[in-house]
Design a binder for this molecule. Structure first.
Ligand code: FAD
Length: 89
């Protein structure tokens, strides 16, 4: 039987807020290789979830907030930047 593992972009492993995916592509490849070596292919989807779910869920919440109120969110980013600038002196 031929088994396939979707990884990286093809598995939808793109951070919903930042849009980055290189690290997820590499990590999902590593997880697939480990599952093959340990003969735990059935656990691949769950292992991917364990690796990325918390991070992606948080990023999704953040992106919903930002895209719902883009002006407010952008002004918050500028306010934080300004405050950091003041703290540094
Ligand atoms: C403009 C832009 C900027 C980005 N900037 C960042 C960044 O700063 N940081 C970050 O982390 N991510 C960034 N990303 C996202 C990142 O590039 C992807 O998430 C990452 O490359 C996904 O890797 P991958 O291996 O899943 O897919 P890919 O890198 O797309 O690799 C898939 C490969 O498969 C090949 N292929 C497709 N179909 C077939 C076929 N039928 N037969 C054989 N080969 C095939 C393709 O030619 C390609 O080489 C950016 C993306 C874009 C478009």
């Amino acid at each position: 039987m031929i088994e396939c593992f979707s990884q990286g972009d093809s598995a939808g492993l793109i951070n919903p807020f930042f849009g980055d995916g290189i690290l997820h592509a590499l990590k999902s490849g590593q997880i697939a290789a480990r599952c093959i070596l340990e003969k735990t292919q059935h656990d691949y989807t769950r292992a991917i979830g364990r690796e990325f779910k918390t991070n992606f869920d948080a990023a999704l919440k953040l992106s919903k907030f930002f895209y719902q109120w883009p002006k407010f969110a952008t002004s918050m980013v500028f306010a934080v930047q300004a405050q950091r600038g003041l703290q540094r002196g």
